[in-house]
Design a protein around this ligand. Sequence first.
Ligand code: BEZ
Length: 224
Amino acid sequence: MPGLLLGDEAPDFEADTTQGRIRFHDFLGDSWGILFSHPRDFTPVCTTELGRAARLAPEFSKRNVKMIALSIDSVPDHLAWSKDINAYNGEQPEETLPFPIIADKNRELAVKLGMLDPDERDKDGMPLTARVVFVFGPDKKLKLSILYPATTGRNFDEILRVVDSLQLTAYKKVATPVDWKPGDSVMVVPTLPDEEAKKLFPKGVFTKDLPSGKKYLRYTPQPE
Ligand code: BEZ
């Protein structure tokens, strides 16, 4: 089965992009990375997504996340489309975006990474790429994968929110509860004994009483 599962290492592929030829591991370096795929250039939903991604680029950069997009068209198409994306954002119609777009004209990477949407096809009957989001950690392992069909645009505020959760929970023994936003309280992970939790979280651990009598709902203010 092609595709990537949580914990898999990012394939070290080579590809042509709008910023030249890259080798993926070199591109990622020691940073976090986000790879997001698009069905096709010059399509409406993709244009809005890439416009939003471009506007949020400083936020990803603040979090040490390198962004890279993929679409199944050529570099010249990607560059021409980038002008439209900048114009959509109300900017000068330039060919540059704050991240590269991979040219996957033959769908080789899309197949390898399990990105094709069988329900959306081009005029020749070939499947288009689905809207995949892969987030890689600095160890180049897959930390998060989101898969949307071509017809449903993603929410990039949500993607930033999950990056915040991934980075917090990678370094602290906490998990983020439903609808968590940065600054909200977090949950102590179930495997951490109470005594250790008290030491690790000096701002306090607050346990909610439950009918079962089990003390598993343990909150703590978001650690620094
Ligand atoms: C779009 O980006 O608008 C789109 C692409 C493929 C199928 C449906 C919508």
